[in-house]
Design a protein around this ligand. Structure first.
Ligand SMILES: NC(=O)c1ccc[n+]([C@@H]2O[C@H](COP(=O)([O-])OP(=O)(O)OC[C@H]3O[C@@H](n4cnc5c(N)ncnc54)[C@H](O)[C@@H]3O)[C@@H](O)[C@H]2O)c1
Ligand SMILES: [Zn+2]
Length: 321
């Protein structure tokens, strides 16, 4: 069982005793929290612990935590003895609606995020929304970034529901959280089922991420949480869609209003535009040298656009909240 110290401090005991009363022999591996742990050196330290304890091909890895733990543990499971099963028990919103579903595992390389990894589908994903109660406010906000993304790319009803229920979602009302997370998980699973290796359909999951990833990188991964960058990225990309005539001003405003309901403190005003644009040029989703955008045509229908004019991109990146 791989987890981090934040999750372990709050939730490890009950799961360990449940596993042991079900007859499992468990080796708990607790890593420090944070994106910086998602690297090959940490993976190797975990391999060493597993080999020392005599873990073999009949064992499984259980990832218990947010996306960092899930990606790292998934990578460990994908490569240990050429691959052993992985079970995901996600404990953040991002992990429950996104990273635990779909089989992408990875560690970071000094030259970029998620560059080393493998596709390795989980044997199953166990989601319990009760874990979310101990999340920091900022992690909830970050998770809502991905939730709004799912609504825009795939589900007009979900979008309208979020417009009505955003305060309840922010307060983690059980009924609202359950409905929203169930719908988002379904969307993610269905997109991945259509296109596991990201040849075509899966690309729509990158709405808000072309600009979002660039903002994250330009902020050295310290300024913004991933979902915060996605919130700002979706505003920028909706503005691009409007300037290209894909959506009208009303729809762009509707997307902006929903995003503005999410209280976010981080600001990118201090980030130099040049830095953001340079980071955008390095995104691994690009087709050749052209920057690739996934843009809305209406709620629930996206279009892939390569090579948006630089002037439009520049004018859209810094849209204020
Ligand atoms: N594989 C994929 O498809 C995919 C998709 C999206 C994101 N990701 C990856 O996921 C990572 C981001 O995930 P994240 O936002 O979950 O980050 P994270 O794992 O760092 O979790 C955020 C913070 O919340 C803490 N935490 C986790 N669960 C908690 C709980 N129940 N109560 C209190 N604190 C808790 C963590 O210790 C951490 O400090 C990134 O590395 C990203 O690349 C992967
Ligand atoms: Zn994302």
């Amino acid at each position: 069982l791989i987890t981090d110290s934040n999750v372990a401090g709050r939730h490890l005991k009950p799961i360990l005793s449940a596993l042991s009363s079900a007859g499992f022999e468990v080796l708990p591996i607790i890593i420090p929290p944070g994106e910086r742990q998602k690297n090959l050196r940490r993976a190797n330290a975990i391999f060493t612990q597993m080999i020392d304890r005599g873990i073999g091909r009949t064992s499984s890895v259980l990832a218990f935590g947010g996306g960092v733990v899930g990606d790292l543990a998934g990578f460990v499971a994908a490569t240990f003895m050429r691959g052993i099963p992985i079970v995901q028990i996600p404990t953040t919103i991002i992990a429950q609606v996104d990273s635990a579903i779909g089989g992408k595992t990875a560690v970071n390389h000094p030259l970029g995020k998620n560059l080393i990894g493998a596709f390795h589908q989980p044997a199953f994903v166990w989601t319990d929304i009760a874990y979310l109660k101990t999340l920091a406010k900022r992690e909830i906000v970050s998770g809502i970034g991905e939730i709004i993304k799912y609504a825009v790319i795939a589900d007009e009803d979900l979008f309208a529901y979020l417009e009505q229920h955003m305060p309840d979602l922010l307060a983690l009302d059980d009924e609202v959280v359950f409905h929203v997370l169930e719908r988002c998980s379904e969307i993610k699973a269905s997109v991945v089922a259509q296109d596991e290796r990201e040849h075509d359909v899966r690309i729509i999951l990158n709405f808000g991420h072309t600009v979002g990833h660039a903002l994250e990188a330009a902020g050295k991964y310290r300024l913004l949480r991933h979902g915060e960058a996605v919130l700002l990225g979706m505003m920028a990309e909706s503005m691009i869609a409007r300037r290209l005539g894909l959506i009208d001003a009303d729809l762009q405003e509707r997307i902006f209003s929903l995003i503005r309901q999410v209280p976010m403190r981080a600001s990118v005003d201090a980030l130099p535009l040049e830095e953001i644009l340079r980071a955008m040029g390095r995104d691994k989703k690009n087709a050749g040298s052209l920057v690739r955008f996934v843009l809305p045509k209406r709620i629930g229908e996206m279009q892939i656009v390569d090579g948006v004019h630089g002037k439009i991109v520049k004018e859209s990146v810094h849209v204020g909240r």
